[in-house]
Write a protein that binds this ligand. Structure first.
Ligand code: C2O
Ligand code: CU
Ligand code: CU
Length: 495
């Protein structure tokens, strides 16, 4: 009898161990499947309620074009902008109100447009009930102006960064970087575009009329519950590979349309999703031309039938609608799903071209590097780390000398606990990719980059020149991984 009673705790413990480990194993297995697109894992995640989906009418909303932010400066060589981070209400579904965040509006923010050489003053007002920061993703400025987790703006207060833009024309973006809160604040709607023009971009005979033949496309995804809200879950299962919703939104609209003329159009595509890597193509399979990557123009246009963009990455592409007939309809596919419909409506006069040469991209020679650093990306869910460490605000992980050039080797070893692609991003710099697993990177990655997707079992070597002082971050741009500590700090000093 005594023995029998004693067995109970052991049995309970073993049963719990078995069930807990099978849950973990099951989650891991599911995660492996989710590496393919349209996975089993997705179906376990929070999905948009069917009653809402029924309300959605495809192609009823015109693609929203974010406004250009007004420059209040009277001096031609300076710009003066004001951004207000605020709460809003957005209608993603007809008649349904969703609580969101936005800059100077309900969802997303205006486009900040500056010219190389300009001095830029920005006033950021935090009208939220929580602290936030604004980070200029891709901008080469000192650490104090970078808007990372060291520069929180308290509710009701203002942050006034000021910097001179000294890098080539590019499509950059801005978003919050509040420690542990980046994913949630971006998910609610805080993100916007930051364009740099220069003499070259103004001279090139490519489409450049904002909102007319030069169109921004911010691609994100969200899931909505039946009352229209976008719950940001921190549930471990749904966060295993980051927050992924089943509704893809472009500039804040679900399946919008854009009427186009029979001309060449330029699209500046930003993967602004929290976690999803998007393969992007046209529904009829026709090729398009990538002309720029994260940090600016490629040397020459690269013909592609598919573009893959990880969270944080950008690409500018040219699509030629001139061969189409009036009345043709085609769409842009994101992960195999229609995300934007093009209606070819009328002829048009097109004097633009697809140039054979866009800019000179001078590759830094490996011999210029004074140091090689290694970064090992690992884990998923809340088990993520870089070189076995999690972000600690009080720890500087790497010390770098101002003006130095370095090679960084980023690895992502594949094993049972680690089988995800991680988009690795570095603040305050634009780097060049030397190789992927020893091979030259594809043509559309031979330009300046600030974010690079590192796939399982890959070693990516990049070369970077550090031209700005201060404390900066490097991290995985799956925002849930970043918030879980897949981030480190480097300090650039001149001594
Ligand atoms: Cu786009 Cu550290 O971020
Ligand atoms: Cu950044
Ligand atoms: Cu990651």
């Amino acid at each position: 009898m005594k023995k029998k009673y004693n067995k109970w705790p052991i049995t309970v413990v073993s049963i719990s161990i078995i069930s807990i480990s099978s849950i973990i194993f099951f989650s891991l297995k599911m995660n492996n499947f989710s590496l393919g697109h349209g996975s089993m894992m997705d179906s376990m995640k929070s999905l948009t309620s069917n009653s809402l989906k029924e309300k959605m009418v495809e192609n009823k909303t015109r693609l929203p074009i974010p406004p250009l932010l007004e420059n209040k400066s009277l001096n031609p060589n300076t710009s003066d902008f004001t951004l207000n981070a605020e709460k809003g209400i957005t209608s993603f579904f007809p008649g349904v109100k969703t609580e969101t965040y936005g800059y100077n509006g309900n969802f997303l923010g205006p486009v900040i447009r500056v010219k190389k050489g300009e001095k830029v003053n920005i006033h950021v007002n935090n009208r939220l009930n929580e602290a936030t920061t604004v980070h200029w993703h891709g901008l080469e400025v000192d650490g104090e102006m970078d808007g990372g987790p060291h520069s929180p703006i308290m509710p009701g207060s203002q942050w006034n960064p000021s910097f001179t833009v000294n890098q080539p024309a590019a499509t950059l973006w801005y978003h919050p970087h509040q420690q542990g809160k980046t994913g949630e604040q971006v998910y609610k709607g805080l993100a916007g575009l930051f364009y740099i023009d220069d003499n070259n971009s103004e001279k090139l005979n490519i489409p450049k009329d904002y909102g007319v033949n030069d169109i921004p496309l911010v691609i994100q995804d969200r899931a909505f519950n039946s009352n229209g809200n976008m719950p940001y879950s921190t549930n471990i299962t749904s966060m295993m590979d980051g927050a992924i919703g089943d509704m893809i939104i472009v500039n804040g609209a679900i399946k919008p349309y854009l009427d186009v003329k029979k001309i060449k159009m330029r699209f500046r595509i930003v993967n602004g999703a929290n976690a999803k890597i998007y393969p992007i193509k046209l529904s009829n399979g026709e090729p398009f031309y990538q002309i720029a990557s994260d940090g600016g123009f490629l040397e020459a246009p690269v013909k592609l039938d598919q573009l893959i963009l990880g969270p944080g990455e950008r690409a500018e592409v040219l699509i030629d609608f001139s061969k189409h007939e009036k009345g043709d309809e085609l769409s842009l596919l994101g992960d195999g799903v229609n995300i934007l419909n093009f209606n070819v409506k009328e002829d048009g006069i097109d004097t633009t071209e697809i140039p054979t040469h866009l800019t000179d991209v001078n590759m830094l020679p490996e011999t210029a590097a004074s140091k090689i650093r290694r970064f090992q990306l690992e884990g998923m869910g809340n088990m993520v780390s870089i070189n076995g460490k999690k972000m600690n605000m009080d720890r500087i992980d790497e010390k770098i000398k101002l003006g130095d050039t370095e090679i960084w080797e980023i690895t992502n070893p594949k094993n049972m606990m680690n089988n995800m692609s991680h988009p690795f991003h570095i603040h305050g710099v634009q780097f060049e990719i030397l190789s992927r697993n020893g091979k030259e990177p594809p043509a559309n990655e031979r330009g300046f980059k600030d974010t690079v997707v590192v796939n399982p079992n890959e070693k990516v070597r990049i070369i970077i020149k550090f031209t700005h002082k201060g404390i900066f971050m490097y991290h995985c741009h799956i925002l849930e991984h970043e918030d879980q500590g897949m981030m480190g700090q480097f300090q650039v000093t001149d001594n």
